[in-house]
Design a protein around this ligand. Structure first.
Ligand code: MF3
Ligand code: CO
Length: 256
């Protein structure tokens, strides 16, 4: 069942969304050569606490990993797709890209967003990868309208990515979000015919999060049981926003 949110609930999700946006903006500025991904973690942890919010990821139980995620951020560098863990040993260097993903819970409701940042000059292919992934998210957001169907979102991401010669990660997907971090429906970045194709209705909120690989689509999880990486070692980009379906069209909760 897809839970629809009342206007009052959407206002609460808006507050979580804007907190996440503020955190990611701060972290984008901190993501420079010489910073470690643990520096980003510490800044985010403080901002979440100062706002009186709760981190959404830290302590979140993921059955496939067999445990609770230990950080407030996922920081996935270069060929890491998602769920990279902040570390004092991971110093960002010229030419890296880092996906920064975080979520918070404020007054009961969740916000979740991710962005990918380039450290200094990156290769032309990597610039294109980031651009196409972000464009895919923006085009998909425009499909988050009452009367459309879920596959309009999924198919829009898929077409944009594939037509630019990149590939879509299939093992990780977007999701509904609200009083839980992960709600129905799953929002794959491709049309998955095994899944239902519900009509989108006012009050639904979706976390749309394209994860796009420069090379092949195949991923594997490292022995730490969290970090997902590309099998071919090529870069992967990730952008995410929470979008509410309203009578006025798509409302991106995780930016002003
Ligand atoms: N944005 C990701 C998601 O929605 C990150 C979750 S990390 C986790 O699934 F640890 F909380 F699972
Ligand atoms: Co998410």
């Amino acid at each position: 069942m897809i839970v629809r949110k009342s206007p009052a609930e959407l206002e609460k999700m808006r507050r979580s969304g804007l907190l996440v946006w503020r955190i990611l903006g701060e972290l984008r500025g901190m993501a420079v050569e010489g910073a470690t991904t643990l520096d980003l973690e510490h800044a985010a942890e403080k901002m979440i606490a100062d706002a009186g919010a709760r981190p959404a990821f830290k302590g979140y139980y993921v059955p496939a990993a067999g445990g609770k995620y230990p950080y407030v951020l996922c920081t996935s560098v270069n060929n890491e797709i998602v769920h990279g863990m902040p570390s004092a040993k991971r110093m960002l260097k010229q030419g890296d890209i880092v996906s920064i993903d975080t979520g918070v819970q404020l007054d009961g409701y969740f916000g979740d967003s991710a962005t990918t940042v380039a450290i200094g000059e990156v290769s032309e292919e990597t610039k294109r990868l980031m651009k196409v992934t972000e464009e895919a998210l923006e085009l998909a957001i425009q499909q988050a309208r009452a009367g459309n169907r879920l596959f309009d979102i999924c198919g829009t991401v898929e077409n944009h990515v594939v037509s630019h010669g990149f590939s879509i990660v299939r093992e990780f997907v977007g999701h509904g979000i609200g009083a839980k971090l992960h709600e129905e429906p799953q929002v794959p970045n491709y049309v998955d015919r095994r899944q239902e194709n519900p009509r989108l209705k006012e009050g639904m909120v979706l976390a749309i999060e394209p994860m796009v690989n420069a090379g092949g689509p195949e991923s594997k999880v490292l022995p730490d049981r969290w970090t997902a990486v590309t099998k071919d070692g090529k870069n992967s980009a990730h952008f995410e926003h929470c979008v509410a379906i309203t009578s006025n069209g798509p409302w991106v909760l995780t930016r002003p």
